[in-house]
Ligand binder design. Structure first.
Ligand SMILES: Nc1ncnc2c1ncn2[C@@H]1O[C@H](COP(=O)(O)OP(=O)(O)O)[C@@H](O)[C@H]1O
Ligand SMILES: [Mg+2]
Length: 260
């Protein structure tokens, strides 16, 4: 189950926002997409998911498991999302319905993608809630009754409930405190390992990236400026962009315990 992106270009309102981006995420790999704000990270992820804004012009190739996704019908892409590719965004609120209990929301993708019965789906939802270490009783609660970190755990449980083969996480910890951020990153790492999923992790923070990804693609103004092992980016950044990201990295997350 590999993702291969080749020469992806995206135009919005006649403006080129992503140019000739190529990278791949092999089965079980953990790849980071990193760059300053506005460098085209989210649009690249949205292109993979078939969620670009209406009117976007896309060229190049995005192959999932050998199948071309560009030009595929909305319905087919919707089936892929959730079932084979899970998604977590920066703001868990966007994924959560304020009027529904957490339990129903975690159970919903299962009902849609695997046609599980309501009862089975709820039992699985409890197992998923435990897996993301939500406290007892969370399934009966509503999103506004949870902390930001708990809401992101719910969003992660939803993304993983249908057991996708790849997870795309777009700045999933950016809105959280540093301590909670570290917990969520740790959780994501474990979940990805347990399920043998591949991970495409988007961040502007090299410190965060180094916690979850082994390889990275660095974007600037919608173009790839550097790719490589995360360890190499940290010790021998080849581009000015990566050197800048290194200076801005959250030192508290990056350094192991002790000197935060
Ligand atoms: N819906 C949109 N319509 C027009 N331009 C957009 C839209 N979304 C993003 N852009 C522009 O595309 C560029 C890349 O955006 P994005 O992929 O969101 O960056 P990143 O996720 O790296 O911060 C930015 O210049 C942004 O202003
Ligand atoms: Mg973004």
């Amino acid at each position: 189950m590999s993702l291969v992106v080749e020469n992806l270009s995206i135009e919005l309102d006649g403006r080129r926002v992503v140019t000739d981006v190529s990278f791949d995420v092999a089965d079980g790999a953990r790849v980071g997409l990193i760059g300053e704000s506005g460098s085209g990270k989210s649009l690249t992820a949205l292109a993979v998911l078939g969620l670009l804004p209406e009117g976007a012009a896309v060229s190049g190739s995005i192959r999932w498991n050998g199948t071309e996704l560009i030009g595929r019908h909305d319905r087919e892409l919707a089936a892929l999302r959730g079932a084979e590719i899970g998604i977590v965004f920066q703001e868990p609120q966007t994924a959560l319905n304020p009027l529904r209990t957490v339990g129903r929301q975690i159970a919903e993708p299962l009902r849609i993608h695997s046609r599980a019965s309501r009862r089975d789906a709820l039992a699985r939802a409890q197992a998923d809630a435990d897996r993301v270490r939500l406290p007892e009783g969370t399934l009966r609660r509503y999103p506004h009754q949870l902390s930001g970190g708990q809401r992101q755990r719910v969003a992660i449980a939803m993304a993983l409930s249908a057991r996708p083969r790849m997870l795309i996480a777009d700045e999933p910890t950016t809105a959280l405190d540093v301590t909670i951020q570290a917990e969520i990153l740790d959780l994501l790492g474990h979940l990805v390992d347990d399920d043998g999923m591949s991970l495409l992790f988007i961040t502007h923070d090299l410190a965060v990236l180094s916690q979850v990804a082994t390889h990275a693609v660095v974007l600037e103004h919608g173009r790839v400026v550097e790719t490589g092992a995360v360890g190499d980016l940290l010790t021998a950044p080849a581009s000015e962009v990566t050197r800048g990201l290194l200076r801005d990295a959250t030192a508290t997350v990056w350094r192991p315990e002790g000197d935060a």
